[in-house]
Design a protein around this ligand. Structure first.
Ligand code: NAD
Length: 528
């Protein structure tokens, strides 16, 4: 691909192909790719999920290309680490400016590859840039060597802690937020002094390429941030390539495969998995605000949000009123490709079947559809679906649906709501609506989740200082915030002896008197 082609969204004459046609093309492409990374079809084609229009061809990179990229990254990382946090900050802020200045171009690529509305893509890009800004400006404060108190018994030591880069970090990303999600690893890993090799989803290779190209334009001779395009095998090759850490975002099923590969070489990994986030609505909640948030969290981005709302537990005294409000708001939403559309298509075709299975299971088990139903599920757009009183053992309650579907169930009280919210294997985000601050805090502290919002959904996303990550099938490790910077660092402790200790115990010539005094000090300090 030429430089100019990489700088702008790939342009291809629109073709009036149907989605079936896209499926056919993809199937043919898959057939052309034998298993294994050595003998690969060389082309990865990106499509617009709204129109099936072909957007562009990217390299389907195999093990050789990945290894070559890592080699270049290793050498560039030495320069990058040598700049120190203040030098890196200047480069990263320049990169940030380059992205921000051309944000409209990036938005266009995201819209074309995911089908999401422009406004949603803008929101995603703006949030990603905030994280890059925060990581650049705070890395020095968090990671640079700083003194810690040595304490009474080691007062002759000057103690300090510093965080060193790991080396090269392999970032594997999903397609649903193809800028915001990987930037949560990329920005923090770079700011911590690592080089990054990014494998975007096979559905959004243009977005990853665009990001890498902005870095390449800025620092053509320093491949500190590079992209490798391809599919699952390319991701697997990256995990095998002896990077110093893998940061994976995607489904729990793929996470298991990633970890199995990483285990072979003891490569550490951060796992940002899926979610089945619950919202809890208390009897005293502002119902209109809660309903607005539920509809946004459940239907926004066609429900393809790892920390969106999939389940709502509502205290029974306000259940009917809440459902009525959600019904009214959800019915107004129209998915589509036009600028005024509430949300776009299902980006990944196969997800449509998952949504159908979940809705069918919920209805078969006795749930009721109050908005939409099985007929709402068409390709590539799914109309809003709201289900109530769905049995807790339905897969619509236990598994990630990842579509514009809300399950609303009634509970006796907040304790029952917490118990049900905590009952799935996922634990990524959660939210609670109540007007009582102490109640909100009480619920938040009892929810099994990596992040909880009170009286909003997704309210944390723009707070770069807040660490983000999950529990259980939602993963482990943290991105964002100070913990996100430390996640991509190796801590090193240094104790420098300033003078000989008055009670000199670390010697074979230990004096009995020194030990006697030490025992007395010990008893005085710890037995009172
Ligand atoms: P996915 O698991 O299908 O793929 C994710 C990435 O892994 C892709 O780049 C893919 O090519 C790669 N991959 C696939 N098989 C691989 C293998 N064997 N080895 C290495 N890499 C491999 O997920 P997806 O469909 O792209 O994304 C949707 C999922 O991501 C949902 O479950 C969603 O909840 C989750 N997600 C989580 C977060 C978070 O921050 N926790 C954010 C966004 C999305």
């Amino acid at each position: 691909m030429t430089d100019s082609a990489q700088n702008s969204p790939p342009q291809t004459a629109p073709t009036a192909t149907s989605l079936t046609e896209t499926e056919r093309k993809r199937t043919e492409q898959k057939k052309a790719v034998p298993n294994g990374v050595e003998h690969r079809s060389s082309v990865l084609t990106s499509y617009d999920p709204r129109t099936s229009e072909l957007l562009g061809d990217y390299a389907m990179m195999g093990a050789d290309e990945v290894t070559r990229t890592i080699r270049e990254a290793k050498s560039a990382q030495k320069w990058w680490a040598g700049l120190g946090s203040s030098g890196r900050k200047r480069w990263l802020l320049d990169w940030k400016k380059a992205i921000a200045k051309r944000a409209a171009d990036l938005v266009e690529v995201v819209v074309q590859e995911t089908g999401k509305p422009h406004d949603d893509a803008w929101l995603e890009v703006m949030l990603a840039v905030e994280h890059l800004d925060w990581a650049a400006k705070n890395a020095g404060k968090v990671l640079d060597r700083h003194k810690v108190r040595s304490g009474l018994v080691a007062m002759n030591q000057a103690s300090s802690v510093g965080y060193e880069p790991l080396g090269v970090v392999g970032v594997i990303g999903p397609w649903n937020y193809p800028v915001y999600t990987p930037m949560g690893s990329i920005a923090y890993a770079l700011a911590a002094g690592n080089a990054v090799v990014f494998k975007p989803s096979e559905l959004t290779p243009g977005t990853g390429t665009w990001l890498a190209e902005t870095w390449r334009t800025l620092a053509p001779n320093q491949p500190v941030f590079q992209v490798v395009t391809g599919d699952a095998d390319t991701g697997a090759a990256l995990c095998r390539s002896r990077v110093d850490k893998v940061s994976f975002t995607g489904s729990a099923a793929t996470a298991r495969k990633v970890l199995a590969i990483c285990a072979e070489s003891l490569t550490p990994a951060v796992i940002e998995g899926g979610g089945k986030d619950a919202m809890i609505v208390g009897g005293d909640a502002k119902l209109d605000a809660a309903a607005e948030a539920a509809v946004f969290g459940g239907m926004g981005n066609a429900g393809q949000t790892c920390v969106g709302v999939e389940r709502v537990y509502v205290v029974e005294t306000v259940f009917d009123d809440f459902v009525a409000l959600v019904e009214t708001k959800a019915r107004k939403l129209k998915p589509g490709a036009d600028r005024g559309a509430a949300y776009g298509p299902m980006t990944r075709e196969a997800q449509v079947e998952v949504v159908r299975d979940h809705v069918r299971d919920a209805l078969d088990k006795g749930g009721t559809a109050v908005v939409g139903g099985l007929d709402s599920i068409r390709e590539p757009y799914i109309q809003p679906i709201v289900l109530v009183d769905v049995p807790e053992d339905s897969i619509a309650v236990t598994e990630e649906t990842f579509g514009p579907v809300l399950v609303i169930n009634r509970v006796r009280d907040l304790s029952e709501a917490i118990a049900r919210a905590n009952a799935t294997s996922f634990a990524l985000g959660a939210s609670v609506f109540t007007q009582d601050t102490r109640t909100g805090q009480w619920v938040a502290e009892r929810l099994r989740a990596g992040v909880v919002t009170i009286n909003s959904v997704l309210g944390f996303a723009g707070v770069a200082a807040l660490p983000f990550g999950g529990v259980g099938d939602s993963g482990f490790g943290r991105i964002h915030g100070a913990d996100g910077l430390r996640e991509f660092s190796r801590v090193k402790s240094i104790a420098r002896q300033k003078r000989r200790a008055p009670l000199h115990l670390l010697t074979m010539d230990r004096k009995a008197r020194h030990l006697r005094v030490s025992k007395w000090v010990f008893k005085t300090r710890h037995t009172r």
